[in-house]
Write a protein that binds this ligand. Structure first.
Ligand code: FAD
Length: 510
């Protein structure tokens, strides 16, 4: 039984069914996909929107090949653009996907010499080498930390794993925008103190995508990934039931009973194995055990349809500036202040985050609207933890949207809200999800986009590695119940790896 029909649940189900097992997937919503689905949120406007996840962070080709997925994806041609103001002039740092002379020139123009670019190149190369080694291990049983350390450069390991990320940032870079580029990729994955090891871990996680084939846009949107998985599931005879809200799992290590509600009726099925695609925190509640501290998400997601891309104050073309991730309010000092404000229980005055326009890479989700020049702009905030919304979810969510728009407008020639398309009812085509909205929509506790905090993709040396589930990083306290989602060790992002690893643990246990 697989509880949850997110992409990881479907990946696990396909692997198990392909190996001859009989698999039933239970999904509480009336559609599969979880955070990897497309919706049509704007009344009367035929736009398919990847409402939650927009880019595939890691998804390895091996999973697509093993499962025969009929899916195409494409990396954006630009890695990132960070607008900045220097000497009262609008400028910015554009980093190409394949860094070449224009990237070097952008660093030189912003920072006044080649020193920062050289520092950036060597930092990227060192972290990239480590990420490559780690990437190669993600679909294998966990390596102990000491073994992983042996495989990589000792100094890089020490810098990223053992020392605070702040030290690396401050010792290797002097420019605030360049420092912010590194810090931002750590903050995106959670509220992390740059002095804690969590910051290096989050940064490494972000870099894994690049080593494993870059962050990619699935052609046809996230719904295309889910549809491809559904087709494979059908081919392998996976049974899926939607509208099935699982309430209880009883298991003794050899057999299990899963109980769910469907249209007010209680149903149950007995089985050998249970894989929880839900967050580990929710799975514990289903098992009737103390779930421990509730996870807390810190991202707000905003999607809006614009009649065309806004012009920038700098001379960078919108098609280049928005193609990758556009980092806003993400200078190093700004990020540190935002983090401090959020820690102190306040909304950051200027909300930092990453904007992206996936329709520059794949216009197909907009159909004729794209031919008319429209684009979908998406924003994922940083340093906006769920606790800030508790008193007034919609009020604080609206305030985050306002502050995010103000922050990007500071770098635009025209306010972006003047370009938002109106739907059939005259309302702006804009949707926004606070952590509480994500919890309501997707059952993510605390609205945590990765089900819980990320963990290092290896094992502490003294951790027990006795059972297949422990070796694959998918264990619960009961042998025949495992985690098969983003909350598994190495499960975060759109990767399928949590699902693959849980399936391998079941197959190794038989
Ligand atoms: C707003 C947002 C933006 C993101 N952006 C990106 C991005 O751009 N790139 C990236 O790589 N990652 C991104 N992520 C993270 C990524 O989407 C997730 O880590 C990943 O999709 C998780 O997949 P999953 O299959 O493990 O779980 P989910 O997609 O969360 O699926 C779990 C499924 O379980 C179901 N379920 C829950 N409770 C029950 C129950 N009681 N009974 C039955 N079913 C249940 C849910 O309805 C859901 O369908 C984003 C996430 C969010 C929320």
């Amino acid at each position: 039984m697989v509880i949850g029909g997110g992409h990881n649940g479907l990946v696990a189900a396909c692997y198990l069914a392909k190996s001859g097992m009989s698999v039933l997937v239970l999904e509480r919503l009336d559609v599969l996909g979880g955070a990897t689905q497309c919706t049509s949120p704007f009344a009367g406007i035929p736009a398919e929107v990847s409402s939650y996840a927009s880019m595939m962070g890691l998804f390895p080709d091996r999973i697509a090949d093993d499962l025969g997925l009929d899916l195409q994806s494409r990396p954006p041609r630009i890695s990132s653009f960070t607008p900045a103001v220097r000497h009262n002039l609008a400028t910015g740092l554009l980093v190409e996907r394949h860094e070449a002379e224009p990237t070097q020139a952008a660093f030189r123009e912003l920072t006044g010499s080649d020193a920062e670019y050289n520092a950036w190149r060597s930092f990227q190369a060192e972290v990239g080498d480590l990420a490559k080694q780690v990437s190669a291990s993600l679909m294998e049983p966990l390596a102990p930390a000491s073994e992983m350390r042996e495989r990589v450069d000792q100094e890089t390991w020490e810098m990223l794993v053992e020392r605070p990320l702040r030290e690396a940032i401050e010792s290797r870079f002097t420019d605030d925008t360049v420092r912010g580029l590194v810090a931002g990729d750590a903050f995106l994955h959670g509220m992390v103190d740059l002095d804690s090891p969590a910051a290096g871990r989050n940064y490494l996680y972000h870099a894994l995508g690049t080593a494993n084939g870059e962050w990619r846009v699935p052609l046809g949107g996230m719904g295309a990934l889910t549809a491809a998985l559904e087709r494979s599931a059908w081919r392998f005879n996976v049974e899926t039931v939607t509208h099935a809200f699982v309430t209880k799992v009883e298991a003794d290590g050899r057999s299990a009973r899963v109980t769910w509600q469907s249209d007010g009726e209680e149903c149950f099925v007995d089985c050998d194995w249970v894989l929880g695609n839900v967050s580990p925190w929710v799975l514990k509640i289903m098992l009737g055990t103390q779930p421990g501290p509730r996870p807390e998400g810190s991202n707000v997601k905003v999607n809006m349809l614009v009649e065309r891309l806004p012009k920038l104050r700098s001379d960078v073309s919108p098609a280049r500036a928005f193609a990758g991730t556009m980092n806003i309010a993400a200078g190093y000092e700004e990020l540190r202040q935002s983090y401090a404000a959020a820690r102190a229980g306040q909304l950051p005055g200027v909300v930092p985050g990453q904007w992206t326009c996936t329709t520059l890479t794949d216009p197909s989700t907009l159909g004729q609207l794209a031919i008319d020049g429209m684009h979908l702009l998406s924003f994922l905030s940083m340093c906006t933890p769920a606790r800030l919304f508790v008193e007034d979810v919609s009020g604080v969510r609206d305030e985050v949207v306002c502050r995010a728009l103000d922050a990007i407008n500071a770098h635009l020639d025209e306010p972006v809200e003047s370009l938002i398309v109106r739907d059939a009812d005259g309302a702006p085509c804009l949707e926004a999800f606070a952590p509480q909205d994500l919890e309501a929509a997707l059952a993510l506790p605390g609205g945590h986009v990765n089900h819980n905090e990320l963990s290092w993709p290896w094992m502490p040396d003294n951790a027990p590695l006795e059972t297949p589930a422990q070796r694959w990083g998918v264990q619960t306290h009961i042998d025949n119940v495992m985690v098969c989602g983003a909350g598994a060790q190495r499960g975060g992002a759109v990767s399928g790896i949590g699902g693959h690893n849980a399936a391998m643990a079941v197959l190794d246990s038989r």
